[in-house]
Design a protein around this ligand. Structure first.
Ligand code: KIV
Ligand code: ZN
Length: 387
């Protein structure tokens, strides 16, 4: 892969866990955090310590259990939040405080009833205060997606001067189009004095289904960290999906970028998060959905059986899936039927296949999917008829 490292910041346990019904107990959080560390994520956002005593304890426990990834705690630009985050992170080998404030006109006016200058002062004070506890301080400009670029650049410049090591540019409402988000990152890269001292980070929400595209646009324009979650879970329509950006970088940007993700663990961690959060993964979800490597139409099945790459751009083994699956339905053809029959021990001649196919298509028309058990019945019935 290329030389430029893209840092993967996972927020499954913070932005992801905020989703109603996704709450995990401490034990589950530690299991997920360890799996994330094993997956190779650079940063684990473990929670929002001021939000509840339970979240504080979870961040503290994760800090004690994680040795290689940076452990990060969220805070608002409020002293009590920052101090609490620092306490929760006290045992972390690599602690990071993530602090910030809304910077869009909307947030300044309707959330804070404030002014741009006052918000800038609060941002700087928060970063300075966080810096008194830890070296690694990430600043988020909430609703940066709808923030005027000139003001956003002023804020970024000021927080870098105050010591911020990472600048998170969230598209909090999932509003931006990829070229707008990319241009925003490019604008900051080109106009913020001292930008070389900090890492620009993407944090994109999926309200218009553009979170992954926006994150990649951010990377193309100079961001070097992507904030994301397993299975793309998160507020409303979710966050950028970790498995998608990891595989996009691995497959389409390997000549430029590298990451630490051990991609063959993506499928198992997706299942772990889905099961522990009781949050099913949609079957057609890219990379980790049940159908991501399943083929059901005759034309595709014939192509995949001849050469997997006719219809697959990723080898399923790369993401920890055993093999592509050929699903038998009424849309399947003879090639798929012969393939599946062979898998259960019947190598059919051309004449036998014609006979079995005639039976198969009758059954398939009655059922959504023909399973091995159905196929065994079809085979014995066909041979009995043929004899
Ligand atoms: O979406 C967002 O703006 C956030 C910040 C709190 C980082 O999650
Ligand atoms: Zn978010």
């Amino acid at each position: 892969m290329g030389d430029t490292k893209i840092h993967i910041f996972d927020t499954t346990l913070r932005d992801g866990e905020q989703v109603p019904g996704c709450k995990l107990n401490h034990q589950q959080k530690i299991i997920v955090a360890k799996a994330l560390e094993g997956l190779g994520v650079d940063v684990i956002e473990a929670g929002f310590p001021i939000s509840s005593p339970g979240d504080f304890e979870a961040v503290e426990l994760i800090s004690k259990n994680i040795k290689h990834s940076t452990v990060c705690g969220l805070s608002r630009s409020v002293e009590k939040d920052i101090k609490t985050a620092a306490e929760a992170l006290k045992y972390a080998a690599r602690p990071r405080i993530h602090t910030g404030i809304g910077t869009s006109e909307m947030h300044i006016k309707y959330k804070f009833n404030s002014t741009q200058d006052k918000i800038l002062e609060r941002a700087v004070a928060a970063v300075k205060y966080a810096k008194s506890f830890v070296e690694d301080v990430e600043f988020y400009a909430e609703d940066a997606g709808r923030t005027d670029n000139v003001y956003l650049a002023r804020v970024c410049e000021a927080v870098i001067a105050a010591g911020a090591t990472v600048l998170n540019i969230p598209d909090t409402t999932g509003y931006c189009l990829p070229h707008e988000y990319g241009d925003k990152i490019a604008y900051l890269r080109d106009n913020v004095k001292g930008i070389e001292k900090a890492i620009l980070s993407t944090h994109c929400h999926n309200d218009l289904g553009l979170a992954t595209a926006n994150s990649i646009a951010g990377i193309e324009n100079g961001a070097r960290q992507i904030e994301c979650t397993i299975n793309g879970i998160g507020e409303r329509a979710g966050n950028t999906s970790l498995e998608e950006v990891a595989m996009i970088i691995q497959h389409r940007y390997a000549h430029m970028y590298t990451h630490n993700i051990v991609s063959c663990q993506l499928n198992s961690i997706s299942q772990l998060v889905s099961e522990s959060m009781s949050m099913p993964v949609q079957p057609n979800k890219a990379i980790v959905g049940e159908n991501a490597f399943a083929h059901s139409s005759g034309i595709h099945q014939d192509g995949v059986i001849k050469n997997r790459e006719n219809y697959e751009i990723i080898d399923p083994a790369e993401v920890g899936v055993d093999q592509s699956s050929i699903i038998l339905t009424a849309r399947s053809g003879r090639a798929a039927l012969a393939y599946r029959a062979k898998e259960i021990g019947h190598n059919l001649s051309k004449d036998q296949l014609d006979i079995v196919y005639a039976q198969f298509i009758k059954v398939a028309d009655q059922k959504k999917e023909v399973y091995d058990s159905d196929l065994k019945g079809i085979l014995s019935q066909s041979f009995a008829t043929a004899i």
